[in-house]
Design a protein around this ligand. Structure first.
Ligand SMILES: Cc1cc2nc3c(=O)[nH]c(=O)nc-3n(C[C@H](O)[C@H](O)[C@H](O)COP(=O)(O)O)c2cc1C
Ligand code: SF4
Ligand code: SF4
Length: 459
C-alpha cells in the first residue's frame, strides 16, 4: 500500500490532504472532528486584524443541474476573538501531534503587527504559518490580502517581516488575481518564504437573480465582488501551479507548493500532484459534502498510486511536468484526426453541427445506403428528409485538422477518439522553424511557400 505521508518544508502530515483556511477550519471543535475523519492537516481560518462579517455571504454557480460548481464568498477573515482562536489552536496541536496544524494570518502591512501575530502563533505550538496574501474581497480594500499579493514589493517586504522573526516554516499563499503569478512568487522567495500555496479565490460576481434583479449574494439589497472557488476554478489553479513549477527561479529554490483550487475528488488531487504539488488543500468540496470526503480522497489516491506503482507522494509529485512546453516547443508536424466508433454513436449529430458550423466542415452525414446528406440541409430535420434512414456521422480524415471539438462535444464517452496519424512531415517546432527561417513569422508569402514545400494544405 502506498505511503501517503508527506514532509512539507519540515511540516509532517500522515496524508497530503489539508483543509484550506476557510469555514471548514473555523474552530477547534471543527478541526478536531475533521482530524477524527482522517484529514492530514488543517490551515486555520485566517486570524489577525479585527473584522466584522456581514450576513448572507455566499453565492454559487449551478450549471447543467450541478450545484456549487463554484462558490462565491464575501466573507472576511475569522471574526472570532483572537485569544479564543489561539487557545484552541494550542489545544488542537496538543491533542493531534501527528497532524499538520498551520495558522493562516493577515494583519496590516506593518512590521510590528506581523511580529505580534507571529509571536502569538509560535506560542500555540503550531507547525507553520501561512501568510494570506490572497483574499480579493473586503480585506484587500483595507490594504491586506490580495492588495499585498498583487504588489511584489509588498509581498517581499511583508514576508521578510515574518521570516526574520520566526523559526516556523512560512508558507506564502498567492492570489490568482494577477497577470503573472511568478512575480509575487519570486518576491515571496526573496522575502525568505519556505513554501508557497495557491490559489486563493478569484475575484467574481456570480449571478443576478432574474426575478428580483438582485445581485447574489444580496446583503440587504446591495451586492459586492467576492472570491470564487470550487471545481470550476481547477484549470486556472493547475495552470498557475505549472507556471510556478516550470519556472527556473522557483525550481532552484526547491520550495514545495501546496496546491488548491477545485480539488473535490482523488482524481483532482492526483492531477495537482502530477503537476508538482506536494500538499493539497480543500475547501469548497468539504463545504458541499462535509469532512467525510477525506475517506474517498485517501482511498482513491492510495489505490491509484498502487495501480501505477507509486510508493510515495514524492514519486508522483511533478511526474507530468516534463510534458509542459511553451507553444514554441510543440511539434508542428504532429497530426491527429477524429475517429468515430459507430457502435457507440447514438446519432445525436452534435459532432456534425459542431464541425460543420464552427470547425472545418469535415464530418459528412451518410445514410446506411451510402447517401451523403447535402451539408446545406436544415439540421433541424436531422437529415431525415434527405436520406431514407437516419444518417450517421463519418469523418473525412484527409480534411480533418484534428481540432478535437467533436470529441469534446460528443455526449458518449469513448465514441470519438483523437487518433495520431502520420503527417509525412519532419518533426519541427515553431521555435526551430523560425530560428531557421525567420521570414516565416514576418511574411504570409514566406509562410505560404513553406507550406507548399512541406505539403500543408489549409482550406
Ligand atoms: C467561504 C470561503 C472563505 C474563505 N476564507 C479564507 C480565509 O479566511 N483565508 C484564506 O487564506 N483563504 C480563504 N478562502 C480560500 C480557500 O482557502 C481556498 O484558497 C479556495 O477556496 C480554493 O480552494 P477550493 O476550490 O477547494 O475551495 C476561503 C474560501 C471560501 C470559499
Ligand atoms: S477534429 Fe475538428 S476538424 Fe476534425 S472532425 Fe472533429 S471537429 Fe471536425
Ligand atoms: S456526437 Fe457522438 S454520439 Fe452524437 S452523432 Fe456524433 S459521434 Fe455520434
Amino acid at each position: 500500500m502506498a505511503d501517503l505521508s508527506i514532509d512539507f518544508a519540515g511540516i509532517r502530515s500522515p496524508n497530503p490532504f489539508w483543509l484550506a483556511s476557510a469555514p471548514p477550519t473555523n474552530s477547534g471543535a471543527q478541526i478536531h472532528r475533521a482530524f477524527e475523519y482522517g484529514w492530514g492537516g488543517a490551515v486555520w481560518k485566517t486570524i489577525g486584524a479585527p473584522v466584522l462579517n456581514i450576513s448572507n455571504r455566499y453565492g454559487s454557480l449551478t450549471l447543467g443541474g450541478r450545484r456549487m460548481l463554484a462558490i462565491n464568498n464575501v466573507e472576511l477573515i475569522s471574526d472570532r476573538p483572537l485569544d479564543v482562536n489561539l487557545r484552541e489552536i494550542a489545544e488542537i496541536k496538543r491533542l493531534w501531534p501527528d497532524r499538520a496544524v498551520i495558522v493562516s494570518a493577515m494583519v496590516d502591512a506593518d512590521p510590528q503587527a506581523w511580529k505580534d501575530i507571529v509571536m502569538m502563533i509560535e506560542d500555540t505550538g503550531a507547525d507553520g504559518i501561512e501568510l494570506n496574501y490572497g483574499c480579493p474581497q473586503g480585506m484587500s480594500e483595507r490594504g491586506m490580502g490580495a492588495a499585498v499579493g498583487q504588489v511584489p514589493e509588498m509581498c517581499q517586504l511583508n514576508t521578510h517581516w515574518v521570516t526574520s522573526v520566526t523559526k516556523l516554516p512560512v508558507i506564502v499563499k498567492l492570489t490568482p488575481n494577477i497577470t503573472h503569478i511568478v512575480d509575487p512568487a519570486h518576491a515571496a522567495l526573496a522575502g525568505g518564504a519556505h513554501a508557497l500555496s495557491l490559489i486563493n479565490t478569484i475575484n467574481s460576481v456570480t449571478r443576478v437573480d432574474l426575478d428580483t434583479l438582485l445581485v447574489s449574494p444580496s446583503i440587504g439589497g446591495r451586492g459586492t465582488h467576492g472570491g470564487y472557488a470550487g471545481p470550476a476554478v481547477k484549470p486556472i489553479a493547475l495552470n498557475m501551479l505549472t507556471e510556478l513549477m516550470t519556472d527556473e527561479g522557483v525550481l532552484r529554490s526547491g520550495v514545495p507548493i501546496s496546491g488548491m483550487g477545485g480539488i473535490a475528488t482523488w482524481r483532482d488531487a492526483a492531477e495537482f500532484l502530477l503537476l508538482g504539488a506536494t500538499s493539497l488543500q480543500v475547501c469548497t468540496a468539504a463545504m458541499q459534502h462535509g469532512y467525510r470526503i477525506i475517506e474517498d480522497l485517501t482511498d482513491g489516491l492510495s489505490n491509484w498510486m498502487d495501480d501505477h506503482g507509486f510508493k510515495t507522494i514524492a514519486d508522483v509529485t511533478g511526474k507530468s511536468l516534463p510534458q509542459m512546453s511553451t507553444f514554441g516547443g510543440l511539434d508542428l508536424s504532429h497530426q491527429s484526426v477524429a475517429r468515430i466508433d459507430q457502435n457507440k454513436c447514438i446519432g445525436c449529430d452534435l459532432c456534425y453541427a459542431a464541425c460543420n458550423d464552427t470547425a472545418h466542415q469535415c464530418i459528412d452525414l451518410v445514410s446506411p445506403d451510402g447517401v451523403t446528406v447535402d451539408p446545406g440541409y436544415d439540421m433541424r430535420t436531422n437529415g431525415r428528409q434527405v436520406a431514407d434512414t437516419r444518417p450517421r456521422p463519418v469523418v473525412r480524415e484527409n480534411d480533418c485538422v484534428g481540432c478535437a471539438l467533436c470529441a469534446n462535444v460528443c455526449p458518449v464517452d469513448g465514441c470519438i477518439t483523437m487518433v495520431t496519424v502520420p503527417s509525412g512531415r519532419q518533426s519541427i517546432t515553431w521555435d526551430e522553424l523560425t530560428a531557421q527561417r525567420p521570414e516565416i513569422a514576418q511574411s504570409w508569402a514566406a509562410m505560404q511557400a513553406y507550406r507548399e514545400e512541406v505539403g500543408i494544405e489549409i482550406h
